[in-house]
Design a protein around this ligand. Structure first.
Ligand code: PAF
Length: 282
């Protein structure tokens, strides 16, 4: 695996290939990232991963400074997974001056759910992804479905800017108890780690209720929020949305959407100081 830190060297190296496939990451890689790399590998003639902790998508009080930087371990894992090129630019390389031009995603998609609780997050994500796309020039780019809204926002961005890139989602990988793999799971204490599975269990309970005929979405959401709060969590949202636009479904449509795989349950909640997100398609 070739490790490249500058835009010019990356462009030079990739000029020999026609079909780069690309998995952008912020490092601190886990099996979910590596599964994306393996999924991407056969889809082109060179598999590129990036590691860049993107300041633009962190709020001032968030964990930009403490976000784990584990380049050496990440390199070993990527090489084993079959990555051909790792692009790991410094902040000065990617943002040599303050990034004045930015991508602002539409409010109806980006200001709800994660965007509501993390204002500016999707603008930061879209800006860096657009820049990475311009640098790497991928034909195919893969993002984990765990960040469900992020995947949708990026798909829309690519469509609206007519970028010649196929954006694909990779399945969420889970620990044996069902906790979705995430770099932020490393922040959990042993007790919090045991408790953390309750977020996915809460979503599963909501899915079971929908399949059993519950159509009162507001009541279902309130009940799920209440149950997590009672265990000491601080939930931001546990919600039933339509898969295609992440809007709340009309109660009249809930039964048919459940029957036709049209819904997704999304949750974000804090256990201790760690904010976890998860989702479940129904
Ligand atoms: O999902 C992530 O790790 C980040 O949001 C991404 C897509 C690499 C952009 O910084």
């Amino acid at each position: 695996m070739k490790i490249i830190h500058t835009i010019s060297e990356l462009r030079d190296h990739l000029s020999a290939y026609r079909h780069p496939t690309f998995v952008p990451t912020m490092g601190n890689l886990h099996a979910g990232h590596l599964a994306l790399v393996r999924q991407a590998k056969p889809l082109g003639d060179v598999m590129v991963t990036s590691i860049f902790v993107n300041r633009l998508q962190f709020l001032p009080h968030e964990d930009f400074d403490t976000y784990p930087r584990t380049l050496e371990a990440d390199c070993q894992a990527l090489a084993t997974a079959g990555c051909d090129v790792l692009f790991a630019p410094s902040e000065k390389e990617l943002y040599p001056e303050p990034q004045g031009f930015t991508v602002q995603p539409p409010t109806e998609l980006a200001n709800m759910l994660e965007g509501h609780f993390r204002p500016g997050f999707f603008g930061g994500v879209c800006t860096v992804v657009m820049k990475l796309f311009a640098i790497v020039g991928p034909r195919v780019a893969l993002f984990g479905k765990k960040d469900y809204q992020q995947l949708m926002v990026i798909k829309r961005m690519v469509e609206q800017f007519a970028l010649p890139i196929e954006v694909m989602g990779g399945q969420t990988l889970r620990a044996d108890d069902g906790l979705a793999l995430s770099s932020r799971n490393n922040y959990l204490s042993p007790t919090e780690r045991q408790e953390a599975v309750q977020l996915s269990l809460a979503l599963k309970a909501m899915a079971d209720a929908l399949r059993a005929g519950q159509t009162d979405v507001a009541a279902l959401e309130a009940q799920a929020m209440h149950a997590l709060k009672a265990r000491g969590w601080k939930p931001d949202y546990l919600t039933v949305r339509q898969r295609h636009n992440l809007q709340t479904p009309d109660s009249a449509a809930v039964a048919s959407l459940t029957a036709n795989a049209g819904l997704v349950l999304l949750g974000a909640a804090r256990v201790g100081n760690t904010r976890l997100i998860d989702n479940l398609e129904v």
